[in-house]
Design a protein around this ligand. Structure first.
Ligand code: V47
Length: 385
């Protein structure tokens, strides 16, 4: 009897999805019930994924830069941060930062993903200087930098508005913003994880302001710790509401919690089944976000590949120098070659397409891999529904 009820409820949801109607909070919570077969949700998410992005599997060639791990905040899920006087703490100097720009150029990177700790002593000018230094020396590389939490910290440091900080960063060379720092918006959870850092209102307001001045941004959700299904769906709906107003999010990245070396190390990391369910439900709930990224570093290669059939259309990049997940116990390699990442997408039955940070297609010179141009693909960029 109960089974019949589930089937009927799922059919209702399938009808809504096929009619491009929006799913509700209750629909999302229902889909998280383990009694609802994962493969059914996956098929539905795959249908939406193919409707939005065809058979493409996007990737990019990128590198990470974490200029410091010293952080005033003590988020309970973070294994990367360091106290000011801890021997683990580091601050990169200009020469080391430039070296990373050089290495990125030699490897054909189109993007540097730059985030770090909120250092007790480093002034705003140091953070701004990193962007300026890299942009002046390597102008072709897109700098996707600073989470909303960092922008909020820069507001505190400079006593200026969000808009001022974002425009100042853009003048220095900021290209777009990554989606980190979102964690879980619901205060029942956020207050347990990171009660001191930028709250939900501030996080959303930073992204709203970025979108209003024409900067594209990404969005994330950290799941698989103390939150419940209700909190996850609430999080997705808050992102969807902002996207309705601005249209500035390009991609959503569900981030699976890795417990090693964190204050929550007694928790188990989420299963692959939970990862796939979350990718699929994200695809179904976020009807106005064009792309869903299965971040291979965090999901592991096999689950990321599988996620390409559960709603995801992007797998992130070749990635180099990733620290945040590897400090928290990720066992994935530090970097994949372009051939590896393309092969991984082909194996999943998708057509690999190299994109830049803002989802333009990248064309490489056949005789010199490090030389590239981009071509805008209007159907795949900037669209909402
Ligand atoms: O905000 C930190 C998460 C985020 C852990 O925008 C952890 O393209 C799991 O936002 N276990 C930073 N997660 C990473 C991030 C990101 C990654 C890839 C691509 C993009 C993008 C953004 O990582 C943090 C936090 O939510 N995080 N520690 C941990 N132990």
């Amino acid at each position: 009897m109960i089974q019949v009820d589930y089937a009927a409820r799922l059919r209702e949801i399938r009808d809504k999805v096929e009619a491009e109607e929006r799913l509700s909070m209750d629909d999302g919570i229902f889909l998280y019930d383990p009694v609802v077969p994962l493969q059914e949700i996956g098929m539905l998410a795959n249908y939406v994924r193919e409707r939005k992005n065809g058979n493409v599997g996007f990737y990019n060639i990128n590198t990470h830069l974490n200029p410091t791990n010293v952080c005033v905040y003590r988020c309970r899920f973070c294994a990367f941060r360091s106290d000011l006087r801890d021997p683990k703490g580091y601050v990169m100097n200009d020469e080391q930062i430039l070296q990373r720009g050089q290495e990125a150029t030699e490897n054909g990177c189109t993007e540097m993903h730059i985030v770090g700790g909120l250092h007790h002593k480093m002034p705003y000018s140091w953070y701004r200087g990193i962007i300026e230094l890299l942009h002046e020396n390597y102008p072709k590389i897109h700098l996707k930098a600073w989470t909303a939490v960092e922008i909020n910290w820069f507001e505190f440091q400079t006593k200026k508005t969000k808009q001022w900080v974002l425009e100042d960063q853009r003048k220095a060379g900021l290209g777009s913003m990554p989606g980190g720092g979102a964690e879980i918006f619901h205060p029942e959870v956020r207050d347990q994880l990171c009660e001191h850092k930028a709250n939900t209102h501030e996080w959303l307001k930073v992204h709203q302001t970025a979108h209003e001045i024409g900067l594209r941004t990404n969005c994330t959700m950290l799941y698989g710790h103390v939150e419940k299904a209700y909190h996850r769906v609430d999080h997705l709906i808050r992102l969807r509401d902002l996207q309705d107003r601005t249209g500035g999010f390009q991609v959503f990245i569900p981030l699976a919690f890795h417990p090693d070396n964190t204050k929550l190390s007694d928790l188990k990391k989420p299963s692959a089944l939970m990862d796939l369910r979350t990718v699929a439900i994200s695809r179904l709930m976020l009807d106005n976000v064009q792309h869903i990224k299965a971040y291979w570093i965090m999901l592991g290669i096999e689950t990321a590949q599988t996620a390409l059939a559960y709603g995801a259309d992007d797998i992130d990049g070749t990635v180099r120098h990733e620290l945040i997940y590897h400090d928290a116990g990720a066992t994935t390699p530090q970097c994949l070659s372009v051939d590896d990442i393309r092969q991984l997408i082909i194996e999943a039955g998708r057509d690999p397409v190299e994109r830049d940070t803002v989802y333009n297609r990248v064309h490489r010179e056949p005789h010199d891999f490090t030389q590239w141009t981009t071509e805008q693909a209007p159907s795949e960029t900037c669209s909402s529904h």
